[in-house]
Ligand binder design. Structure first.
Ligand SMILES: *Cc1c(COP(=O)(O)O)cnc(C)c1O
Length: 375
């Protein structure tokens, strides 16, 4: 039995798909230490640089002193405190919804929301490039999964038509796609959902706080506190009744400890900064444009448009790994994205630009890639 495990690992190795965890130490703004070397970090989802913002750290310190580290119980027993309620109200208001509910992570939010809304006999229409947590959620729910080609409205409509024989239908998309850096046509998709009587769900994980993706017309909006909010946790927002249903039936909400008050405090402080300080967003957008323009001059196959997620497509896993290694030698950390995160042959380097970067950092990336092209 155990020999077959080692064969499986060797197989992954041979296909350049074996993963490794490296141990990093934070080394100041947008920098990481790895094996004694300081690297410019282009792998962080802390898009607005809020994980270490002074207001965030101070808020966590205060809550730690008064409330302690853990929620100590599930939300439906005694794990709900006033700061949980306040953050839920603030998130609902931020997204123009009646109510919101916190979960322990974005992953668990998607499991909880989908499983509360559908089961066997129901159908979920999903963009092919949606995050693994959404695919897993549909599988666990027992509903029929109907996948349409990425961003393809005609295929989405055909799937919705086919779904009408099922009892309850969901249309699910991301707003900003995590590995492709492109935006879904939210208005068109939402009108399709309406036309075919499907409940619409948008996962706003990568846009939340950075882009105003106009999700208010969607029935349910799912977000994470672990990306631009720089904390940890997830939430769903929608009508009061949808949130009531989640509280009563989402297993990943009911059967787990409430979100740590430290994460709640950090997210609340981050939300305050997001609402007070639009300069962080503008800075990220300017830097992203600088990187996209420079890469395009170098002739790279850049995916997506505008967003702070800037992937360059390189093809096979070996090529993406070689590029990541070359960048590492140039003191830049940007991960090679391989299957199962993306489809085979679609391997890429994914740069994520954050408010902690400076224009000189973008120039450093462009110079390094110029060298790689000329090797
Ligand atoms: C990151 C991500 C999640 C999961 O969020 P976590 O809080 O990290 O668990 C869910 N959906 C999408 C689209 C994501 O990119």
């Amino acid at each position: 039995m155990l020999a077959s495990i080692s064969e499986e690992l060797t197989g992954l190795e041979q296909r350049s798909l074996r993963r490794q965890m490296h141990t990093f130490t934070q080394a100041g703004k947008a920098r990481l230490f790895l094996e004694g070397k300081s690297l410019l970090n282009f792998s962080s989802n802390d898009y607005l640089g809020l994980a270490r913002h002074p207001q965030v750290i101070e808020a966590v310190r205060q809550v730690l002193e008064h409330g302690g580290a853990g929620a100590t119980s599930s939300r439906l027993i005694s794990g709900t405190s006033i700061i949980h309620r306040d953050l839920e109200c603030a998130l609902a208001a931020f997204l123009h919804r009646e109510a919101a509910l916190l979960f322990s992570s974005g992953y668990m939010t998607n499991l909880g929301v989908i499983q509360a809304l559908v089961g066997s006999g129901d159908a979920v229409v999903l963009d092919r490039l949606c995050h693994a947590s959404l695919v897993d959620a549909v599988r666990l729910s027992g509903a029929r999964l109907m996948v349409y080609k990425h961003l393809d409205l005609e295929e989405a409509e055909r799937a919705l038509k086919r779904s009408t024989s099922f009892r309850r239908r969901l249309l699910v998309t991301e707003s900003l796609f995590s590995m492709d850096g492109d935006f879904a046509p939210l208005e068109d998709l939402q009108s399709l959902a309406k036309r075919y009587g499907a409940i619409s769900i948008v996962d706003d994980a990568h846009a939340l706080g950075v882009w105003d993706t106009k999700t208010a017309g969607w029935d349910v909006s799912v977000g994470t506190l672990s990306k631009a909010f720089g904390s940890q946790g997830g939430f769903a927002a929608g009508s009061r009744e949808v949130v009531e249903l989640l509280i009563n039936t989402s297993r990943s909400f009911i059967f787990t400890t409430g979100l740590s008050p430290l994460c709640v405090a950090a997210a609340q402080a981050a939300l305050n900064v997001i609402q007070q300080d639009p300069r962080r967003r503008d800075h990220v957008k300017n830097l992203s444009a600088q990187l996209r323009d420079g890469l395009s001059i170098l002739g790279f196959d850049i995916l997506g448009s505008q967003s702070q997620i800037v992937p360059i497509r390189l093809g096979e896993a070996g090529r993406a790994l070689a590029c990541a290694d070359y960048l590492r030698q140039s003191e830049i950390f940007a991960p090679a994205i391989r299957p199962p995160t993306v489809h085979a042959g679609q391997c890429r380097i994914r740069f994520s630009v954050t408010a902690d970067h400076q224009p000189a950092d973008i120039d450093q990336v462009l110079n390094a890639l110029k060298g790689w092209k000329h090797e």
